[in-house]
Design a protein around this ligand. Structure first.
Ligand SMILES: *Cc1c(COP(=O)(O)O)cnc(C)c1O
Length: 454
C-alpha cells in the first residue's frame, strides 16, 4: 500500500463472517447473572419473556466463534466493512511521533456502531415469530439503530427515549419515525415504572435506567413482543466484535499492531467490540497492547463504581448482574454524551477490568469537546459526543509520545458521527459547556440502594 494512505479499506469479500465470543478465552469465567426474585443463577428460560431464544443462546454460549447469519451479512454489507482511518493531519497538528488509527462506525445508516447489534437482534426476533420490539434510547443512537433494523425485518418498534434527550434532539425522533418506529418520552405515563417516577418528580429528565424499566415492563406483558438492549449484555458485545475483527485485518494490511487501544465506555459495547479480538491476540501472546476504557468524569462506573451485583434498570425488573456500578437509582448529570450516562458497565468489561486485563480513565466533557473540535478541524469528521472521550484519550496518549519520542500505534473507535449533536457543539463553541465532577454524595445515596449479595 502507498505509504501516504489515509484510510485502510477491506473488500466486501474480506468481511469477517463470524462474531468472536471472548468468554471461553478468559482466564477466569465471569460470574453468572442472578434472578431478581430468587437471587439464584438464572437459566435461559428466565430470560425467554424478554429476549429471542437465538439471542439467549448467544448470551450464554461457550463457543468461541458464532457464524453471522447470511441475512445479517447482507444488511451489514450496506455499510460494512467500515473504514479504518489514519489521522495523519491530527498527528501533524499534535506534532507527535505516534500513529493514530480510528475505526469509523459513523458510516452506518443510523450513524453509529449500534446497528451492528440492532440488525441481528431484529433478525433473531423476526425468525422466531416475534412481531414487536420495545426498547429505550438515551442519546437516540440506539433507538435509531433499532428503528432501522426492525424496518428491515418488518417488525414494529416502540422506543422510550430519555426525556432530556427527547427534548434536546428532535431530529433523532424524526429519524426513528422515518424508519417507522413509535416514540415516547421517558418517564411516560404508559407504564407503572414511569408513573412512579413522575409521581415523585413530574419534571424528571429521565435516565437510561428508567427508560429500560418502561420498555421491559411493556415487553413482558405481550407474548409477541420482546425487549432489546443496545449495550451491556454479552450478546450485544458479541455482535460488536465485527469492529475489532475488521480492524485486525486492516492493521495487518498496513503492517501495524497497536501499542495502545482506547475506547469510550457507556455500557461497554463499542469498546468490547473493538477490543475483544485484540485482547484474544494479547492473551495468546501474539501482541501486547495496553487496552484502556475511557468514561465521563461525571459517570465513572469503572474508575469510581463498585464491582457488585446490581440491577440494570431503576425499576429492578432486569436480572442482577455483577458489574461496576454507581447504583441503579443513580441519575447522572446531564452531560452531552447521552450514551455514556449509564449507571453500570457491561459485566464482561467489568470482569476483565476487575481481572486487570484492561485499564480505565475518566475525562471531563470540556476536554473531550476540545479534542473533538481539533479532530474535526484536522480530519474533517465531527464525532458524536460519546467518542469525543475516545479521541481525547487518544490525544492524551499521542501527547505523551511527543514527550517521550515513542512512535506508538494508537487505535480507537470513532463509533459515531455527531451530525445530530450540533446543539452540544454550539454550547461548547459559545463557552457554555459545564464540567461535572464526580458526584460522590449522589453515588453514595444510590449505592445504599444496591442489594447486598455475597
Ligand atoms: C450508545 C453509544 C455509545 C455508548 O455505548 P457503548 O455500549 O459503551 O458503546 C457510545 N458511542 C455512541 C456513538 C453510541 O451511540
Amino acid at each position: 500500500m502507498d505509504d501516504n494512505y489515509s484510510k485502510v479499506l477491506l473488500d466486501e469479500s474480506e468481511m469477517p463472517t463470524q462474531w468472536y465470543n471472548i468468554i471461553p478465552d478468559l482466564p477466569v469465567p465471569p460470574p453468572p447473572p442472578l434472578h431478581p426474585g430468587t437471587r439464584e443463577p438464572i437459566g435461559p428460560d428466565d430470560l425467554a419473556p424478554l429476549f429471542a431464544m437465538g439471542l439467549i443462546e448467544q448470551e450464554v454460549s461457550s463457543e468461541s466463534y458464532i457464524d453471522i447469519p447470511g441475512e445479517v451479512l447482507d444488511i451489514y454489507r450496506l455499510w460494512r466493512p467500515s473504514p479504518l482511518l489514519r489521522a495523519r493531519r491530527l498527528e501533524k497538528a499534535l506534532d507527535t511521533p505516534a500513529k493514530i488509527f480510528l475505526k469509523y462506525e459513523g458510516v452506518s445508516p443510523a450513524g453509529s456502531h449500534k446497528v451492528n447489534t440492532a440488525v441481528p437482534q431484529a433478525y433473531y426476533n423476526a425468525k422466531e415469530g416475534i412481531t414487536k420490539i420495545t426498547t429505550e434510547t438515551g442519546a437516540g443512537q440506539w433507538g435509531s439503530a433499532m428503528a432501522f433494523a426492525t424496518a428491515q425485518f418488518g417488525l414494529e418498534c416502540e422506543v422510550w427515549q430519555v426525556r432530556a434527550s427527547y427534548d434536546q434532539k428532535p431530529y433523532r425522533k424524526t429519524m426513528m419515525e422515518i424508519w417507522g418506529a413509535t416514540l415516547h418520552p421517558s418517564p411516560s405515563d404508559l407504564t407503572e415504572a414511569g408513573r412512579a417516577i413522575l409521581a415523585a418528580d413530574p419534571n424528571s429528565p429521565g435516565s437510561l435506567g428508567i427508560a429500560i424499566s418502561e420498555a421491559v415492563e411493556m415487553a413482558v406483558q405481550d407474548e409477541n413482543t420482546r425487549y432489546a438492549l443496545g449495550s451491556v449484555l454479552n450478546h450485544v458485545l458479541l455482535h460488536q466484535t465485527i469492529i475489532g475483527e475488521e480492524a485486525l485485518l486492516q492493521l495487518a494490511k498496513v503492517g501495524e499492531t497497536p501499542d495502545v487501544l482506547v475506547g469510550c465506555t457507556g455500557g461497554g459495547s463499542n469498546f468490547g467490540g473493538l477490543s475483544f479480538p485484540f485482547l484474544r491476540e494479547k492473551l495468546a501472546g501474539r501482541m501486547n497492547p495496553t487496552i484502556r476504557c475511557v468514561e465521563p468524569a461525571s459517570c465513572p462506573s469503572l474508575t469510581k463504581g463498585e464491582y457488585r451485583y446490581d440491577f440494570g434498570d431503576t425499576g429492578q425488573l432486569t436480572p442482577l448482574v455483577k458489574m461496576h456500578t454507581l447504583g441503579h437509582t443513580f441519575i447522572p448529570d446531564p452531560i452531552h454524551a447521552g450514551g455514556l450516562r449509564y449507571h453500570g458497565m457491561a459485566p464482561l468489561v467489568s470482569h476483565i477490568y476487575d481481572q486487570g486485563l484492561v485499564e480505565a480513565e475518566a475525562i471531563h466533557q470540556t476536554e473531550c469537546f476540545e479534542a473533538a473540535v481539533l479532530f474535526a478541524r484536522t480530519e474533517g469528521i465531527i464525532p458524536a459526543p460519546e467518542p469525543t472521550h475516545a479521541i481525547a484519550a487518544a490525544i492524551r496518549e499521542a501527547l505523551r509520545c511527543k514527550e517521550t519520542g515513542e512512535e506508538k500505534v494508537i487505535l480507537t473507535a470513532l463509533c459515531g458521527h455527531g451530525h445530530l449533536d450540533l446543539a452540544s457543539y454550539e454550547k461548547f463553541l459559545a463557552g457554555e459547556l459545564v464540567d461535572y465532577d464526580y458526584p460522590a454524595e449522589k453515588v453514595a445515596a444510590a449505592m445504599a440502594q444496591v442489594p447486598v449479595i455475597d
